[in-house]
Design a protein around this ligand. Structure first.
Ligand SMILES: Cc1cc2nc3c(=O)[nH]c(=O)nc-3n(C[C@H](O)[C@H](O)[C@H](O)COP(=O)(O)OP(=O)(O)OC[C@H]3O[C@@H](n4cnc5c(N)ncnc54)[C@H](O)[C@@H]3O)c2cc1C
Length: 459
């Protein structure tokens, strides 16, 4: 996270406030004013979040002698928004500024605080990155205390878990995202708001291909994941509103394609972890709530859909309170080898959970998320597509998960149903269109994207 400097200004005494019996509500205004305006006893208070040229400090660390440090006011930087604030509250306009406060506030890349276990270490907890720390402090520290004492908080802490960021979150990227977050502070929070700065940071090998086909991407754990596909003259960009937008009709076409034909999706963002070794079954069996996949192939090399179908389970790992720690699909690749797939942002959480509860088990855990790509294929023609493609070309052929997809909806989001391409993330990799993608065209396929599963589930 990065410290951004922020100003608020307190005016002289406001005569109009003198006879007020109640405190005025806080006013927040986005684009033009980008500030909060409130009463400070009988004075006015204006806090500015500049929309341009925000100021970050102390990229390496906060100096020890700078506790509660205040900077000189930078009027030039905030003046456009300060003037707009005075236009909004003319009763302040003729008053002088009695006090200017200019201090540093920490901004994590997505603006949410870092509350919870530190990644990769045991019994080390974070409670920082709180830009509204006075307001957020009581609730967040209560939940942190519950997490520390009882093993889980009472509310979902997913958006605050420090492990939602990975090694892709380099310092330069943090600075870009902190500045973006600062500028968005008073932005209207539209549904599916897409933060675009500093991207792409981890493009999938299909990123350029899908973009050329109209994909509008979202970022998850650094990965670029297609959200929906723009077609027929609809602008390939985010469309914001509190009601339905043109995106609704675009997604409807993807849903129809999956229901009636076949849809293919880049699910490279999913977390992919291999757990193998003599104790692999016992460890996973102990940590998961569902029955482990029982069947296994006669060959230790690969699971093929027809020979070994069914050797896949969707299950949950539970925490000490019996609540869901994470959801994962487990594919039994061989007697002692299991391939785990779960949501992108659960990678570190999964690795930590396995490490914490390993208890000396003889297993090797390998994170594959950044080394493998994956496609998901769904719809009544999914089998026909696969039948036409020679899939046994990579380290792992079509996963057994495909067996679940007899109906267009089952298996959506399960992850491993697809054709993993062993492509390394050197940042320069280009990938020719995978054969399975080309094959879908014959069956009236469409690229499908991330909004679809939720929409289809609701239907
Ligand atoms: C101008 C301005 C206006 C603001 N307005 C608001 C507002 O209206 N509402 C709101 O909710 N918030 C506001 N904030 C933000 C709020 O002040 C912070 O979010 C809050 O103070 C953060 O609290 P904290 O305890 O996380 O961190 P801090 O207050 O920074 O406390 C961290 C403490 O940890 C100590 N420390 C650091 N490292 C170590 C170490 N290694 N060992 C031991 N001790 C260590 C530090 O010395 C410090 O005392 C504002 C901030 C500024 C600058």
């Amino acid at each position: 996270m990065i410290s951004m400097t922020h100003h608020y200004f307190v005016t002289e005494f406001v005569p109009e406030f003198n006879d007020l019996e109640r405190e005025l509500p806080v006013i927040r205004d986005d684009r033009k004013v980008s500030s909060y305006i409130r009463m400070e006893q009988k004075r006015g208070l204006i806090g500015i979040y500049e929309k341009e040229n925000p100021n970050s400090v102390w990229h390496d660390h906060c100096p020890w002698d700078h506790e509660n440090w205040l900077f000189d006011a930078g009027y030039d930087r905030v003046m456009p928004w300060l003037e707009e604030s005075l236009n909004r509250m003319p009763i302040f306009a003729d008053l002088g500024i009695q006090r200017a406060v200019h201090g540093a506030i920490s901004h994590p890349p997505d603006g949410n605080p870092l509350i919870g276990p530190a990644p990769g270490v045991r019994n080390y907890w974070c409670c920082c990155g709180t830009q509204i720390g006075t307001g957020w402090g009581p609730g967040l520290s209560r939940e942190l205390a519950r997490w520390m004492v009882h093993g889980a908080a009472d509310i979902s802490m997913r958006d605050y878990d420090p492990r939602r960021f990975g090694s892709y979150a380099k310092k330069e990227w943090q600075v870009i995202k902190a500045k973006e977050d600062y500028c968005l502070r008073h932005e209207i929070p539209y549904p599916l708001f897409n933060r675009l700065a500093g991207r792409p940071v981890k493009p999938s090998p299909l990123y350029d291909l899908l973009k050329s086909k109209g994909a509008v991407h979202e970022e998850v754990y650094g990965f670029e994941r297609p959200r929906w596909f723009a077609r027929d003259g609809v602008a390939q960009e985010d469309h914001y509103a509190f009601r339905r937008t043109v995106v609704h009709d675009m997604v409807a076409r993807e849903v129809r394609a999956v229901r009636e034909a076949v849809g293919i999706m880049d699910v490279t963002a999913f977390t992919k972890v291999m757990v193998e070794g003599p104790d692999a079954f016992a460890l996973l069996d102990r940590l998961t709530a569902n029955r482990m996949p029982q069947k296994h192939p006669s060959s230790s090399e690969a699971v093929g859909e027809t020979r070994n179908g069914g050797s896949i389970t969707l299950t949950h790992m539970l925490n000490r309170r019996g609540r869901i720690e994470l959801e994962t699909t487990i594919v039994r690749m061989a007697e002692e080898r299991f391939y785990l797939v779960c949501a992108a942002f659960f990678e570190q959480r999964l690795l930590d959970h396995l490490a914490r509860h390993r208890d000396g088990a003889d297993v090797t855990v390998t994170a594959l998320s950044s080394g493998w790509s994956a496609l998901a294929l769904n719809g009544p023609h999914a089998r026909d597509v696969l039948g036409g493609v020679a899939m046994r070309t990579s380290a792992m052929p079509v996963s057994a998960g495909c067996r679940r997809n007899r109906s267009p909806w089952r298996g959506i989001g399960y992850g491993p149903c697809g054709c993993p391409m062993p492509v390394s993330w050197d940042g320069n990799c280009t990938c020719r269109t995978p054969p399975v993608w080309m094959s879908t065209a014959r069956f009236g396929a469409r690229g499908r994207a991330m909004i679809l599963p939720t929409t289809a589930r609701l239907r």
